[in-house]
Design a binder for this molecule. Structure first.
Ligand SMILES: *Cc1c(COP(=O)(O)O)cnc(C)c1O
Length: 346
C-alpha cells in the first residue's frame, strides 16, 4: 500500500442506518450527505443507503443533489437547502429536487423560475428558530406563507414542508426553538397550507429527544458512526471509516508511516494513540508527508497503522481524536486530501 487509505465498511454503515431508523421511527430518516458524505464519498454512500431503504437525502447544495439524483435515479426524495443561483434552481426543478427556502428573496426567485419553466417547485420554508443562520424570521413568516400559498394556488409551488435547524447544545434552548417551530406550522395551517413534512432535528436531538422529532429527521453524523462531541457511545452505532497507512521505514525504535499533514492529518494530533499490529502506540510526530509512531516488537516496513477507526487495533475513533484537539469528528474526516484513497469493504 503506497497511498494512505480510508477504509469504509459498508456493512457497518447499513447497521448504523438500521439502528438510527429503528430509534427515530415513526419519524423518517433524511440521510445528510453534504461535504462528500462527511468525507466518506458520496456515490457509494448514496447507493448503499438507497439499497438499505433510505428514501430521503439531504444534500445542502444543488450540485450534490444532482449527483445524488444521477446515482439513484427518480426513486428517492432529495432536499437541497443552500440558497442557489437561478441556473441551479432551474436544474433542481428539472430534476425534482425539493428546495429549502429561508429568505423572501430566494422564495421570489424560486417561484419566478418555476413559473418561467412551467414546473412545480416543491418548497420547504425555513423558520429561524434562534440560530440566525438563514431562515425566515417569525416577523416575516406570515408574509412568506402568503406568497407561497398564492403560488400554490397558481400551481407553480407545492408547499411541501416546514423546517428549521437547532443548536442541540441545551435542552432549554431547543425547547424554545421547538415552540417557535410549532407556531410557524400553526400559522401556515391557519393560512390553509398543508405542509406535511416537518423537520427540525439533526443527529443528537433526533436520537435523544423524541418529543422534538418531526415527520423527518435530518441525520448525518450518527449514520457514519461519528458520535457527538463529548457525547456517549451509542447503542448499535459504530464508526464506518478507518484511516490506514503503512510503515515506509524504520528509524531506531520508531516507525515512519506514510501519511502526513499534507494528507489532512492534523499535526496537532501528535501525542495521541494510534493502532498498530501490536495494539496502541503513541503518535510521536506528524510531518508534512509522513508521521512517526512509537515502535512495537517485530515492526516491519509495510505494517499497517490505523490512525483512527472502530478500535480493533487499539486506535481511537475520529471523534475521540478530534476531541483531543478541540474539533469535531466530521472535521477530521472532511479534511483528508484526495491522495487518501477511499476503498469500500463489504
Ligand atoms: C449538517 C446538517 C444536519 C446533520 O447534522 P448531524 O449532526 O451531522 O446529524 C442537519 N441539518 C442541517 C441543516 C445541517 O446543516
Amino acid at each position: 500500500m503506497t497511498r494512505p487509505e480510508l477504509r469504509l465498511d459498508a456493512r457497518t454503515f447499513r447497521d448504523n442506518i438500521r439502528a438510527v431508523r429503528a430509534r427515530i421511527e415513526p419519524s423518517e430518516l433524511m440521510l445528510v450527505v453534504k461535504d462528500d458524505a462527511y468525507g466518506h464519498g458520496l456515490s457509494w454512500t448514496v447507493s448503499e443507503a438507497e439499497r438499505a431503504g433510505v428514501s430521503w437525502f439531504g444534500s445542502y447544495d444543488v450540485r450534490t443533489a444532482l449527483d445524488v439524483r444521477r446515482d439513484v435515479g427518480g426513486r428517492v426524495c432529495i432536499f437541497a437547502w443552500a440558497t442557489s443561483t437561478d441556473e441551479e434552481i432551474d436544474e433542481a426543478l428539472r430534476n425534482g429536487i425539493d428546495l429549502g427556502v429561508g429568505s423572501a428573496e430566494y422564495l421570489d426567485r424560486v417561484i419566478r423560475r418555476a413559473g418561467d419553466l412551467g414546473l412545480v417547485a416543491r418548497v420547504h420554508l425555513k423558520i429561524d428558530t434562534g440560530l440566525r443562520r438563514n431562515g425566515l424570521l417569525p416577523l416575516e413568516w406570515a408574509a412568506a406563507v402568503g406568497v407561497t400559498r398564492a403560488a400554490e394556488d397558481a400551481e407553480i409551488v407545492e408547499f411541501a414542508g416546514v423546517w428549521s435547524h437547532i443548536a442541540e447544545a441545551s435542552d432549554a434552548e431547543d425547547d424554545e426553538a421547538q415552540a417557535v417551530f410549532l407556531e410557524a406550522i400553526r400559522v401556515a395551517e391557519e393560512a390553509g397550507a398543508r405542509p406535511v413534512l416537518h423537520h427540525l432535528t439533526a443527529s443528537a436531538a433526533s436520537w435523544w429527544r423524541s418529543e422534538l422529532r418531526g415527520s423527518l429527521s435530518r441525520i448525518g453524523a450518527f449514520c457514519y458512526g461519528v458520535r457527538s462531541a463529548d457525547g456517549p457511545d451509542l447503542e448499535g452505532i459504530a464508526p464506518i471509516a478507518s484511516l490506514v497507512a503503512s510503515v515506509t521505514r524504520l528509524d531506531g525504535d520508531t516507525a515512519v508511516v506514510g501519511i502526513g499533514s499534507f494528507d489532512g492529518l492534523p499535526s496537532t494530533l501528535a501525542g495521541s494513540m494510534v493502532g498498530t499490529p501490536d495494539g496502541s502506540r503513541v503518535l510521536r510526530r506528524v510531518d508534512h508527508t509522513s508521521c512517526v509512531v512509537e515502535g512495537w516488537p517485530g515492526m516491519d516496513v509495510g505494517d499497517e497503522v490505523h490512525l483512527f477507526g472502530p478500535g480493533a487495533h487499539g486506535e481511537m475513533s475520529a471523534t475521540t481524536l478530534a476531541e483531543s484537539i478541540d474539533t469535531v469528528g466530521e472535521e477530521i474526516l472532511t479534511r483528508l486530501s484526495t491522495r487518501v484513497r477511499r476503498s469500500v469493504i463489504d
